[in-house]
Design a protein around this ligand. Structure first.
Ligand SMILES: N[C@@H](CCC(=O)N[C@@H](CS)C(=O)NCC(=O)O)C(=O)O
Length: 309
């Protein structure tokens, strides 16, 4: 039986990035289908309050954010690589920049097409617990022209990169950068009517590239209930951290220090725990949950604030 558990929901594009990564690496995994909005009490106990999706679980090790999930899958299952042809630094940096700059404009375009069909409680949840703004069609309409420009300007460089007929951004093999670009476009193409393609500029080499990534598939998922995933965490002990140094925090925080780790963009819920090990790209904290037991929670450094509690 596989030990990779993914907590996710079908329409979540960041989850799609991980599902395609699992497909690319040909992995078997357990799929825990969660609600598109809280409450998600069992997941919350595992993450210590981190509220975004997806979350990967391996026993009592919990991985919050795709920017730790992908490097972890790469570390545990290196082949085929998410960073072909030595592109790791560029792929990681540009993927982060793409997702940061594209997320809100993409939601602006999405809202133009489906914002008036979203349930009121969903709009309220996203405003109060996640985005910090109203994503209804009426609220986003005044800036639609800007969102559209921003999306088109990013697509312009992607289409230029693909214009010589290459299969993926770095050549014949897909990378973490392709997957980051793919997921925001997936959000639009999965949820909007076909007119979104003309409005957003999904054309030229972007379309066959999108189809190639979509054809990778999701590997071998098997359904798992939230209760079984929770029981798997209760039964397991966190894995020893051997790939990071206990005192590797670039800011000088020492192992054993009580810290909080908080996303620096949205859903800014601090997760508190004891620092186990860190580097300038990853951090692991330990938490004891009354129900789930001892857990290690892993975060990327890029996009998160770590401070002594
Ligand atoms: N930087 C995060 C972003 C994750 C994210 O924003 N996910 C969306 C779903 S695609 C989310 O959490 N939405 C609010 C929710 O589902 O509660 C990552 O890479 O994992």
């Amino acid at each position: 039986m596989t030990d990779i558990i993914l907590h996710h929901y079908t329409l979540s594009p960041f989850s799609e990035k991980v599902r395609v990564t699992l497909g690319l690496k040909g992995l078997a995994w357990r799929s825990v289908d969660i609600a598109p909005m809280p409450p998600r009490p069992l997941l919350e106990s595992l993450t210590g309050g981190y509220r975004r999706v997806p979350v990967m679980q391996i026993g009592a090790d919990i991985f919050c954010d795709t920017n730790i999930i992908l490097p972890t899958l790469e570390r545990l299952h290196p082949s085929p690589s998410l960073y072909p042809a030595g592109c790791e630094g560029v792929a990681r940096g540009l993927a982060f920049a793409w997702e940061r700059t594209m997320w809100i404009p993409t939601i602006g375009v999405l809202s133009h097409f489906i914002g008036d069909q979203l349930p009121a409680e969903f709009i309220k949840d996203r405003k109060e617990g996640y985005l910090g703004f109203d994503m209804s069609k009426a609220a986003m309409a005044p800036e639609l022209h800007l969102h559209r420009q921003r999306v088109a300007a990013q697509y312009a460089w992607l289409k230029t990169a693909l214009a010589d007929g290459r299969k993926f951004i770095f050549g014949d093999a897909p990378s973490a950068l392709d997957l980051a670009c793919y997921q925001t476009i997936f959000l639009l193409r999965k949820n909007c009517p076909a007119e979104v393609d003309a409005m957003a500029g999904h054309d030229g080499p972007l379309l066959p590239w999108f189809d190639r990534l979509g054809a990778i598939g999701h590997g071998k998922p098997e359904p798992m209930s939230p209760d079984d995933a929770f029981a798997a965490a209760q039964k397991a002990a966190p894995a020893a951290v051997t790939h990071l140094q206990p005192d590797g925090d670039p800011g000088g925080l020492r192992a054993g220090t009580l810290v909080t780790v908080t996303p620096d963009d949205n859903a800014r819920v601090p997760v508190a725990g004891t620092l186990v090990a860190a580097s300038d790209s990853e951090i692991v904290i330990r938490r004891s949950d009354a129900e789930a037991g001892e857990l290690h929670i892993h975060f990327p450094r890029l996009g998160f604030d770590v401070v002594a509690a």
